[in-house]
Design a binder for this molecule. Structure first.
Ligand code: AMP
Length: 214
C-alpha cells in the first residue's frame, strides 16, 4: 500500500506514521527527517535547505522531489510506503504521480489530518524529540519520566529549531496556502480521506486503522 499523510505541522503525521509503519511494515518516509539529517551532516543540500527550514518556508520543489525520487527507488519501498510531509505542493504531487506511473504504480490512499492553528501551536511548542531514537514527547500531554531524557532509550531530548511560535505561524501560513490545492488534486481519484486530527492520539489512531483495514 502506498499512502500519503497530509496535514499541517503538528497534526500528528509523524506520530501516526510511526505507528502505521510499525504495524504494517511499510517504511515511513519523512522529507523533514531526511532534510534535518542533511542539515546535521552539513551536506551541500543540507546547507541549502537550512535557510528555508529556519524561516519556516518550503524547501524548493526540485530539491525535495529529488530526495523523494531517490528514496522511493530503494528496495524497502517496493511493497509500499508511507509519506509524511510530502507532497506539500501540487508540483510535488504531480512529480510523485509521474514517478510512480513510470513503474506502473499509484498512490492508494491519501489521509488528510486537519487541526486548527491554536491547537497546533500548543502541540508544537511543547514537543520534544529524542535525538537517538526519534521518540516524541510533549511537556504537557506525554512528558518523559525524567526531564530531557527519553523513556525508551535514555537518549537526550531536544526541541526542533523551527518549533517556536513565530516560525510555527509561518509554517502554518505556508501550509494553508497549499492545503486546499492539494485536496483538490487528490479529491477526484477516490483515494482521498479527511480525518479530524484534533482528537486524542489514540482516537486518531483508531480512525486511521479503520480506514487502512476497512
Ligand atoms: P516537517 O518535519 O515535515 O515539519 O518539515 C520541516 C521543514 O522541512 C519544513 O518547514 C520545510 O522547510 C522542510 N520540508 C519538509 N518537507 C518538505 C516538502 N515536502 N517540501 C518542501 N519543504 C519541506
Amino acid at each position: 500500500m502506498r499512502i500519503i499523510l497530509l496535514g499541517p505541522p503538528g497534526a500528528g503525521k509523524g506520530t501516526q506514521a510511526k505507528m502505521i509503519s510499525q504495524r504494517y511494515g511499510w517504511p515511513q518516509i519523512s522529507t523533514g527527517d531526511i532534510l534535518r539529517s542533511a542539515v546535521a551532516e552539513q551536506t551541500a543540500m543540507g546547507r541549502e535547505a537550512k535557510k528555508f527550514m529556519d524561516a519556516g518556508e518550503l524547501v524548493p520543489d526540485e530539491v525535495v522531489i529529488g530526495v523523494i525520487n531517490e528514496r522511493l527507488t530503494q528496495a524497502d519501498c517496493q511493497a509500499g510506503f508511507l509519506l509524511d510531509g510530502f507532497p506539500r505542493t501540487v508540483g510535488q504531487a504531480e512529480a510523485l504521480t509521474t514517478a510512480l506511473a513510470a513503474s506502473g504504480g499509484k498512490i492508494d490512499m491519501v489521509i488528510d489530518l486537519r487541526v486548527e492553528a491554536e491547537e497546533l501551536v500548543r502541540r508544537l511548542t511543547g514537543r520534544r524529540i529524542c535525538r537517538a531514537c526519534g521518540q516524541m514527547f510533549h511537556l504537557e500531554f506525554s512528558p518523559p519520566a525524567t526531564e530531557d531524557v527519553c523513556d525508551q532509550c535514555g537518549g537526550e531530548l531536544y526541541q526542533r529549531a523551527d518549533d517556536n511560535e513565530a516560525t510555527i505561524m509561518k509554517r502554518f501560513d505556508v501550509y494553508r496556502q497549499q492545503a486546499d490545492l492539494l485536496e483538490s488534486y487528490y479529491a477526484t481519484g477516490g483515494a482521498y480521506h479527511r480525518l479530524d486530527g484534533s482528537a486524542p492520539i489514540e482516537e486518531v489512531r483508531g480512525a486511521l486503522l479503520a480506514l487502512l483495514d476497512g
